[in-house]
Write a protein of this length. Structure first.
Length: 192
């Protein structure tokens, strides 16, 4: 339990004990104490009759009121205990939800790591393939390389030629159609 809830319960129990002791003492006290002189003037028979009428079992308005107050305090204590139990249950539910969320976040982070690792592997493989193409196009005669570059999509052609030496690029561009050579040249400039 939380410290504040525990302190509240302890204070309520202490108040209950104090109020209970007060009402116990008030319930046993004689509601209309007589003075010694008045008791002596009434005589032994009248005094004994009054004492039996004012016994602790007799219901006076003050004792009924104190019993009602005590019952209200007991009901309130029960309500507070029920609320404390509900709060504890809700705290446990929230803790379970928090653990579940933490597990899901951890799993998502694992998946994110796996995805990033897969992306890096794919990029490494693509880069390796690109390097292989660059070597192959560099080894070709410029006219043969130009015929192949003419059929490639624009981005792949730019990627290949961007990684080749300038004299090789110039030789290939000289054999390309003017429009394709212009677009590749613009792509190479934009890439730098």
């Amino acid at each position: 339990m939380k410290k504040g809830t525990l302190i509240t319960i302890v204070l309520l129990l202490a108040a209950k004990l104090v109020v209970g002791a007060f009402f116990l003492f008030a319930g046993h006290a004689d509601p209309a104490p007589m003075s010694a002189a008045a008791a002596a003037s009434q005589g032994p028979t009248e005094s004994a009759t009054e004492n039996t009428a004012a016994s602790p079992m007799a219901a006076t308005p003050a004792s009924i009121e104190s019993r009602v107050d005590f019952e209200q305090l007991m009901r309130r204590e029960i309500e507070l205990k029920q609320e404390a139990l509900q709060l504890e249950g809700q705290r446990k539910e929230l803790a379970a939800i928090q653990r579940e969320l933490d597990q899901k976040i951890e799993r998502l982070q694992q998946l994110r790591g796996e995805i990033l690792s897969g992306i890096k592997q794919k990029e490494a493989i693509e880069n390796e393939k690109l390097q292989h193409l660059i070597k192959a196009y560099s080894a070709m005669k410029p006219q043969n390389a130009a015929d192949l570059v003419e059929k490639l999509n624009l981005q792949l052609a730019i990627d290949i030629l961007a990684n080749m030496k300038s004299p090789e690029v110039a030789g290939i561009l000289s054999f390309l159609a003017v429009e394709k050579a212009a677009k590749i040249s613009e792509g190479l400039v934009a890439r730098q």
